[in-house]
Design a binder for this molecule. Structure first.
Ligand SMILES: Cc1cc2nc3c(=O)[nH]c(=O)nc-3n(C[C@H](O)[C@H](O)[C@H](O)COP(=O)(O)OP(=O)(O)OC[C@H]3O[C@@H](n4cnc5c(N)ncnc54)[C@H](O)[C@@H]3O)c2cc1C
Length: 407
């Protein structure tokens, strides 16, 4: 077995990009076996939303950081692992198989990579290391009550003096604002004929006086997002990313990275684990029926992994390729919903239980309850990171542009 090449199980056999060495595979599996405690695995299994219970998240983040594996996709000079795309996907897949917690990772997936390319030397110095170590957790303050799909309609304002912006307004649907140490936000600094002009991108410490966070509970019973109220919040001009009034292009770059990073095959494979557990618990015709539908969805999942691998391999998900990023977002989130639907369809008598039936229903109740919560949580997937209708518009626009170029 020594250093034999293993396939990552994605159907591009024959290309060198799909292979990881047996040594690498063994190291990853040993590490996960040794470090994922029962509590951490339980937290991973129970996750219905976009991150696991926060204590488990923090613990797992620190453990990966100490191992040097917290940011496999980052360049080595900023603390990445230097792994190939196949190694990164293998690692994600093994984490999913082992029920590792899902990290709260806006810092790792979006603002960290953005600062590497668009941040000042001071911002890189100040913010990248605590993102890696997990000391800073970031949330995203873009949306407002009248600015979602039409994000350029945002009205949170920032006045400017020599050293500070003074920010006033309200941000809505801010995932993790209640646990985040920092927020990256879009604010209006000027009024121009085009609403995209006059927007500025700021980095805000959540401990700054004038910030308050109001929880919003979701239909699955979880508290993941919030409203953030900013009342005369002072933000240093040193914490502006890009030029004043030009934050729209900074945000567009960040959103392209985030959209394709947020729902990846690691997240889908975790949801898939729940379907596998449910299959084990079924009997008779239900088991057969589930197996048939499961096979259909697994084909789509494998095809998605192939797409992800090829786009990553061609470096098309790093923020410059609008169509690739939108394609990933739409495909991944709709598949996520399909998996959750399958789980829900095959759940049993407890799926609509309004009270705790742990004593009576045991594991079946737990599986059913999870299926219901997962179903509701996955409804949000086609809305967050830009609604899928908007992504279809973007894909269409790119297709028209491509067609025009080729005529
Ligand atoms: C779980 C979750 C977490 C979120 N986390 C964050 C966060 O951390 N930070 C943050 O800033 N925001 C966050 N959001 C907000 C998210 O980005 C917005 O909900 C999203 O952009 C849609 O905006 P909206 O809710 O205002 O819907 P609207 O923009 O009002 O859209 C309503 C419907 O109309 C459709 N529609 C709108 N315009 C068009 C068009 N031009 N063409 C076709 N259809 C259109 C939409 O697709 C949608 O179906 C989160 C949302 C969810 C659900």
């Amino acid at each position: 077995m020594h250093n034999r090449l293993l396939s990552v199980d994605v159907p591009l056999a024959g290309t060198r990009h799909t292979e990881v060495s047996a040594d690498f595979a063994r190291d990853v599996r040993n590490f996960l076996d040794l470090n994922l405690t029962d509590e951490l695995r339980e937290a991973g299994r129970r996750t219905t939303g976009v991150y696991s219970e926060i204590t488990a998240c923090r613990f797992w983040h620190k453990r990966l950081f100490r191992q040097g594996w917290i940011a496999p996709a980052w360049p080595v000079e900023f603390g990445g692992t230097g792994w190939s795309v196949a190694q990164r996907l293998f690692f994600d897949r093994e984490c999913a198989k082992a029920d590792a917690p899902i990290l709260f990772a806006a810092g790792l997936r979006s603002i960290g990579p953005l600062l590497m390319t668009m941040g000042t030397a001071e911002q890189k110095e100040r913010y990248l290391a605590p993102i890696l170590s997990g000391d800073h957790l970031w949330c995203q303050g873009f949306s407002e009550s009248a600015a979602g799909s039409d994000l350029a309609a945002l009205t949170t304002r920032a006045r400017h003096n020599d050293t500070f912006y003074i920010v006033n307004g309200r941000k809505l649907w801010t995932t993790g604002a209640h646990i985040a140490s920092h927020m990256f936000a879009l604010v209006r600094t000027g009024t121009f004929p085009q609403p995209q002009e006059g927007i500025t991108f700021l980095l805000i410490d959540m401990k700054t006086p004038g910030i308050s966070v109001q929880p919003i509970m979701t239909i699955d019973g979880q508290h993941e997002f919030n409203e953030v109220i900013l009342d005369d919040v002072a933000v240093s001009v040193m914490d502006r990313v890009g030029e004043e009034h030009k934050g729209w292009s900074v945000a567009k770059h960040l959103m392209r990275m985030a959209r394709s990073n947020n729902t990846n095959s690691g997240l889908l494979r975790r949801a898939w684990r729940a379907v596998e557990r449910q299959c084990e618990s079924q009997e008779g015709w239900r088991k057969t029926a589930l197996a048939i539908q499961k096979a259909e969805v697994e084909i789509q999942l494998t095809a998605f992994e192939s797409l992800e691998l090829s786009l990553l391999d061609a470096n098309r998900l790093s923020g410059d390729d609008e169509a690739a990023s939108s394609l990933m977002k739409v495909t991944a989130t709709e598949l996520h919903q399909r998996i959750a639907q399958l789980l829900f369809d095959f759940s049993g008598q407890y799926r609509t239980a309004k009270m705790d039936c742990t004593e009576h229903g045991g594991d079946t109740y737990e599986l059913d309850r999870f299926a219901t919560e997962k179903y509701f949580a996955s409804r949000a997937a086609s809305i967050y990171s830009g609604a899928n209708e908007i992504h279809r518009n973007l894909i269409g626009r790119n297709l028209i542009r491509f067609r025009n170029l080729n005529y």
